[in-house]
Ligand binder design. Structure first.
Ligand SMILES: [Zn+2]
Length: 314
């Protein structure tokens, strides 16, 4: 449900069929991909300086949405856009891997509600409301309990209802805990944590408490497990498949098997990975089937996420 491969493409100027990243066309194929969500993550503040960006967040969004479109055209024999469930079914019938455009950090909306419609028109079907900074919608997660309790802003509530109306998936990964419960309260559609882990297994404000996981499940949503070592296990610098399975198992036990999905965060995480890259998903899929059984593996690997996408997309 989440990767930062578009950022790697932006920064290297290379293409999805030739790049040596966690994700490229060939690795998606080898890993058995049906659908990959591609996030436009917008670097701001210190990150904008690190990446030497001079565009405004809105220009960055428009330019990167164009890059996504160009890449899909270039790789059209293997990949195709997914903006509806009908497109997903068509892509599968044609033997193509679907690519869904998402936005990580709604900073580019900048208080202008009409931009939500423009995001939709450009193909965005999921919006991660914040990254790690405050924006016009909301506040990010924080180890400071007072900051973590901050809810959505009034404009954030308005934006969530506009996303509900248009059929865009609201994503609470990175969001403050107060913002999470505001989304649960105000969203009329199921929502997701596209790339988050279980806080009870590994303490981090970026991860979800058992109560949040149950609330997410009660709303019909899913949590895509993040493969980043620091979210999987305390002070770990290496991401092991077994630790990913432990987070899945915990979420299954606390919130039900219908609420677990794959988040990965490929190309957004810098740790070493036992699975190395997307091609390693083939092995993780086998391990999930061994641990949870074939029917539940189908739910975790694609069924749960597709249920939410089907519930939300128009
Ligand atoms: Zn992220």
């Amino acid at each position: 449900m989440h990767c930062d491969t578009l950022l790697v493409l932006r920064m290297t100027g290379r293409n999805l069929d030739e790049i040596d990243a966690h994700i490229n066309v060939e690795k998606l194929r080898r890993g058995g991909a049906m659908l990959q969500c591609f996030a436009i993550f917008t670097p701001t503040g210190p990150e904008a300086r690190i990446y030497r960006l001079s565009e405004s967040p809105w220009e960055y969004f428009l330019n990167t949405a164009q890059l996504f479109e160009n890449q899909l055209q270039r790789c059209s024999a293997e990949l195709a856009p997914m903006r509806s469930m009908a497109e997903l079914r068509r892509n599968m019938a044609e033997g193509k891997i679907s690519a869904m455009l998402t936005l990580e950090d709604a900073v580019c909306i900048d208080g202008d509600i009409s931009r939500v419609q423009t995001l939709y028109d450009k193909g965005v079907r999921m919006v991660t409301l914040t990254w790690n900074y405050e924006n016009s919608l909301a506040y990010p997660n924080s180890p400071d309990p007072e900051l973590h309790a901050k809810g959505l802003k009034d404009f954030g509530i308005e934006a969530v209802s506009e996303m509900n109306r248009l059929g865009m998936i609201v994503d609470v990964s990175h969001l403050s805990e107060g913002g999470f419960y505001d989304v649960a309260h105000h969203s009329t559609k199921p929502f997701v944590a596209s790339h988050s882990c279980a806080r009870a297994v590994c303490e981090h404000s970026r991860s979800l408490t058992d109560k949040q996981l149950r609330t997410l499940a009660d709303c019909g949503g899913v949590c895509g497990v993040n493969f980043y070592s620091a979210f999987l296990s305390p002070e770990s610098e290496y991401s092991r498949n077994e630790e990913i399975l432990l987070h899945m198992e915990h979420i299954v036990n606390k919130a039900g098997v219908e609420s677990v999905a794959l988040g990965s965060d490929f190309d957004g995480i810098s740790c070493g990975l036992e699975m190395k890259d997307y091609a390693g998903m083939a092995r993780l899929s086998e391990l999930i089937a061994e641990r949870f059984g074939a029917d539940n593996a189908d739910r975790i690997l694609h069924g749960n996420a597709l249920r939410v996408f089907g519930d939300v997309l128009n």
